[in-house]
Design a protein around this ligand. Structure first.
Ligand SMILES: *[C@@H]1O[C@H](CO)[C@@H](O)[C@H](O)[C@H]1NC(C)=O
Ligand SMILES: *[C@@H]1O[C@H](CO)[C@@H](O)[C@H](O)[C@H]1NC(C)=O
Ligand SMILES: *[C@@H]1O[C@H](CO)[C@@H](O)[C@H](O)[C@H]1NC(C)=O
Ligand SMILES: *[C@@H]1O[C@H](CO)[C@@H](O)[C@H](O)[C@H]1NC(C)=O
Ligand SMILES: *[C@@H]1O[C@H](CO)[C@@H](O)[C@H](O)[C@H]1NC(C)=O
Ligand SMILES: *[C@@H]1O[C@H](CO)[C@@H](O)[C@H](O)[C@H]1NC(C)=O
Ligand SMILES: [Fe+2]
Length: 463
């Protein structure tokens, strides 16, 4: 195993050198192109926990701005049951309770189970907690780690996934994330969860099955949620005109603690990172709530406290795939000057079912009369990464625009996930991982340099 790992590393390093001498590469990796199909309801990953009214679809997310609170959510199918979470620190026997609220919703002819959301507050940093939901012999126990206190040199590892869905490929992506020797401590999820809207009347039992599928990760580490287009569930033909209804009932975000007025855009601090989540499918024009919030948000980021400034959104701004080409353009026009001004380190998006990494580029000189509308190398700009390759039912987006634009450093239509290992205030090691490789293989690796503390050129292509 160790030897195998070393061999793989050598190959990866060799490839990596290949990247340095060439300009951007379109990977020639050959993969099988079987259509992704959803796992049937009878699959092992969708099993209901045994017992009457047993809690299912357990998931956690950060519950405040700094990581001392956790929102615990779950569903009971038969009756409301208890909304109490019992929790205790690993090294303590003192159990505490947090009681939350229950919500339900209807979608066309579907009626949801009882959706519980309870928030645990005032947790200690960097501590393992156990928690239990449910009552009597259907009580289920899980655990999580709180992040270390926010600080500039605190190492922390994020997992990155998007457009996951619930196919056999989705299961492989999640398995590869779990089995990756690089252990993610929280997931930055860039949107498109269940793809329930693929079914007639958006069969919302596919929201439930997705919750049961993802539980093996979401119950143990926080997933930071971004809304995608498959969260809209907007279907006027069946009277469903309230966008994001199932998603907003099922998934919570700590939006109020960052001064946001909507769950769809917000920010968190976690260890040495400041993560801003945007909504590609909410208004962002001038004077809109999201615009106004972001305008006030960027100046609040203190890079002496959180050196790494990361933005999540669903629809990518820089995408050289012909799928969803230029769909992110209107938001780019609105916000890109701020991203450069505030030296955002990394932008992660999904939507396109492939992988792509850009060089540091911007396209902000254009002013409608000067004709300067070509992206240029810009060391103050973020790297843009599209990681919408979770493996959902729509399959791969394997038709790229040709030729590959100069700004595109690496692109490939394969399913996978990524990890971002923040080492300290200057260095973060990033790896993209494809499902068809062994668990330890890194298909695209970069050491990113922080734009505030170490704004050196970290590009991988010759431009
Ligand atoms: C905490 O919740 C459990 C389970 O709901 C209950 O049995 C217990 O009495 C509660 N304890 C306190 C102190 O409220
Ligand atoms: C909803 O309606 C469709 C079509 O009439 C039907 O197939 C389905 O079983 C219904 N679902 C529920 C939960 O009633
Ligand atoms: C999903 O992946 C898990 C972990 O690898 C495996 O145990 C399970 O059998 C898989 N289920 C399906 C339906 O592929
Ligand atoms: C920024 O954070 C540092 C480190 O926590 C702190 O010393 C400094 O006062 C903060 N600056 C502002 C303007 O809040
Ligand atoms: C690939 O994209 C190009 C440009 O959008 C389009 O003209 C072409 O028809 C597409 N090919 C396939 C096989 O979808
Ligand atoms: C930051 O991390 C990088 C990569 O691990 C390392 O090379 C560098 O020495 C570290 N910087 C400091 C100040 O420790
Ligand atoms: Fe999407």
């Amino acid at each position: 195993m160790g030897l195998l790992y070393i061999c793989f590393s050598v190959i990866v390093l060799t490839l990596y050198h290949g990247v340095v001498v060439n300009s951007g590469i379109t990977s020639s990796f050959v993969r099988q192109e079987a259509k992704s199909v959803d796992m049937p309801f009878t699959s092992d990953v969708f099993i209901h926990p045994p017992g009457y009214n047993a809690p299912q679809q357990v998931h956690i997310t950060q519950g405040d701005h700094v990581g001392r609170a956790v929102i615990v959510s779950w569903v009971t199918q038969d009756e409301p049951g208890s909304s109490t979470v019992v929790y205790w620190a690993d090294k303590s026997h003192q159990k505490q309770n947090a009681t939350g609220r229950i919500t339900t919703y209807k979608y066309y002819n579907y009626t949801s189970g009882f959706i519980h959301h309870s928030i645990i507050k005032n947790l200690e940093f960097d501590t393992k907690y156990h928690y239990e939901v449910g009552t009597g012999h259907t009580t289920r126990r899980f655990w999580f780690m709180t992040p270390p206190a926010v600080g500039p040199d605190v190492p922390y590892t994020f997992g990155l996934m998007g457009d996951l869905g619930q196919t056999y490929d989705s299961n492989l992506t999640l398995t590869h994330y779990e089995m990756n020797p690089v252990k993610g401590q929280a997931v930055l999820f860039v949107g498109d969860l269940s793809y329930a809207d693929h079914y007639t009347f958006h069969d919302n039992s596919r929201w439930d099955s997705w919750g049961r599928f993802a539980e093996r990760s979401t119950a143990y580490q926080p997933w930071i949620w971004t809304a995608g287009n498959h969260e809209l569930d907007y279907e006027p033909s069946i009277g469903e005109t309230k966008p994001f209804k199932p998603f907003l009932h099922r998934y919570r975000t700590p939006f109020r603690s960052s001064g946001s007025t909507e769950p769809l855009w917000y920010s968190i601090k976690r260890a040495s990172a400041y993560v801003i989540v945007l909504s590609s499918y909410s208004a962002y024009g001038m004077y809109t709530p999201q615009y106004q919030w972001l305008l006030e948000e960027f100046p609040k980021v203190n890079r002496s406290e959180t050196p790494w400034l990361i933005v999540l959104m669903h629809s990518p701004w820089y995408n050289s795939n012909s799928y969803h080409f230029m769909e992110g353009e209107t938001m780019r026009v609105m916000f890109e000057p701020w991203f450069v001004q505030y030296k955002v380190d990394l932008v992660f998006a999904g939507h396109v079912h492939a992988y792509e990494r850009s060089e540091r580029i911007s396209n902000i000189a254009y002013n409608i009369v000067n004709g300067e509308c070509t992206p240029v190398v810009d060391q103050s700009a973020p790297v843009y990464i599209t990681i919408g390759d979770g493996g959902n039912i729509e399959g791969l987006a394997n038709n790229m625009t040709e030729p590959q634009p100069k700004y595109s450093a690496y692109r490939e239509a394969s399913f996978g996930h990524a990890t971002l290992e923040i080492k300290n205030r200057t260095h973060a090691y990033y790896n993209w991982h494809r499902n068809s490789d062994g668990y330890a293989v890194r298909a695209d690796s970069v050491m990113f340099f922080n734009r505030y503390w170490h704004p050196k050129d970290d590009s991988t292509s010759k431009t």
